[in-house]
Each structure stands twice: as C-alpha cells, then as structure tokens.
Ligand binder design. Structure first.
Ligand SMILES: *Cc1c(COP(=O)(O)O)cnc(C)c1O
Length: 238
C-alpha cells in the first residue's frame, strides 16, 4: 500500500515537472512520517524512499535507533532552542530555522570538523499569524547573520502557506517564495551556480508547488493515510 502510494505520488510529481519543462530528478520527495511508527518508515525505506519528515524531536529520538541508518530525516516542525543539540545530532536537515538564536544554538552544537548541517530558512510567505517563519522583509538580514555561522549551511527556503481548500489558491504563495529566492540569489546570498532549495507543497498541493519551482515537497497523508493528530506530548500526559 505505502509502496503504491509513493509510486503514484512520484508519477504525479513527474507529470507536474514535465508539464513545465523541469527534470523530475531535480525534485526530492520527503515522506512526512510524523505520528507513524518506526516500522512504517522502514517499510517505506524498503521500497526505495530515502527522505522522511518529522515534526517532533521526541519522536525523532524515539525512532532514530529503530530505522535504517541511511534513512534521512528532515525536521519540519517548530524547533525549540533547547532541543537544538538533539536536532543537530539526529536530523539530516532542519527545514524550519526561523530565528538567529536557534541557528546559533545549532551552530554551537556542531563539531565543525565532523559535520556541517544543512538548513532551510522558514519564511511565513502568507503572513499567516498561525504559522511560524520570518517575514519576507527580514529574510535578507537573517541570511547575512547566518552566513557568519560556519557549521550550518543555508540551502534555501521552506514555507507553509495559509490553508486553502483549493490547491490552486496556494500558487501565488509558492511563486512569491521562488521570487524571494531569486532575489536573494541575485543579491549574492546564494552562489550563482547553486540551486536554491525550495521546500513547498504538501499532499493537496505539491503538484502546484512543483509547477512554481519546488525542489522539495513534503507529503504525508497521500503516502501514509490519515494520522493521529494528538501531539506526542499530549499523549504522554494522558
Ligand atoms: C504534516 C506536515 C506536512 C504533510 O502534510 P500532508 O497534508 O499530510 O501531506 C508537510 N509539511 C509540514 C510542515 C507538516 O507539518
């Protein structure tokens, strides 16, 4: 079932990419496995899925030991500064860096000789009060500060636009994130030759995000089905 779902998501990704003249190989599928057990990740990994998205550090800690070592974890939830050390140790990319304090904490906990951590800056492109992320206007200042931190590497941007029932309505947000990335690249905050990563698009709108330039899509429900929405912290208390 999971294997078939991944297959059909990949087909839809390829179709969207080819439709706008992009190479499907340039887009990474992150399977969002939050609230699903380690066995589910292992099953998906067996069918060739490499990247997994997780929202809660305590879940990453619990699963990391039980999943294949080669499985890569993208952290996509709100990260508390006091969890930076664990996140730096257990995740392969932090997609949700939205403040200097957090970036400094990550930088501090990384042994430069050992590891350089890939991160994305989370941008609240739709100015949604319910979403994390920095505003478009403060992005450049943050990029300048982050360039001073030797142990982290800013690969691009991530966004979660305001919820829309119609996938098509998310298109302007995706487009604006791409325009922001282009602008930051022109201003020299990313190298001319490097591809700026854009993590955008979820189960209901990843095809639109790909048409607008997504290089990473984060898909949960379309692969694993409906998840238990109770956060793990609330579950432990009961
Ligand atoms: C849960 C989550 C997803 C996946 O959402 P689906 O609608 O299940 O595909 C993607 N991105 C983030 C940041 C999430 O928290």
């Amino acid at each position: 079932m999971i294997s078939q779902n991944i297959q059909s998501v990949k087909e839809k990704m390829a179709k969207a990419a080819l439709g706008v003249g992009r190479n499907p190989d340039d887009i990474t599928l992150v399977a969002v496995s939050k609230r699903f057990p380690a066995e589910t990740i292992t099953e998906a990994f067996s069918s060739g899925q490499m990247y997994f998205g997780e929202n809660y550090i305590q879940e990453v800690q619990a699963k990391r030991e039980s999943i294949p070592e080669l499985a890569k974890i993208h952290f996509i939830g709100h990260l508390q500064t006091n969890k930076a050390k664990v996140a730096a140790e257990t995740c392969n990319m932090i997609e949700t860096v939205d403040r200097l304090k957090l970036a400094r904490a990550l930088n501090k906990h990384l042994d430069s000789a050992e590891k350089r951590l890939d991160i994305l800056v989370q941008v609240n492109i739709g100015k949604d009060p319910k979403k994390s992320g920095i505003t478009e206007n403060s992005t450049e200042d943050l990029l300048i500060e982050l360039s001073q931190l030797p142990n982290i590497r800013v690969c691009g941007f991530m966004t979660m636009p305001p919820f829309e029932k119609e996938a098509e309505l998310s298109r302007p947000y995706f487009r604006n994130l791409r325009l922001l990335a282009d602008k930051m690249q022109q201003k020299g905050h990313f190298q001319e030759t490097e591809e700026v990563e854009l993590s955008m698009g979820m189960s209901n709108d990843y095809h639109i995000a790909i048409e607008e330039g997504a290089t990473i899509v984060r898909v949960g429900t379309a692969i694993f089905g409906q998840r238990d929405m109770t956060p793990p912290s609330a579950q432990q208390k009961s």
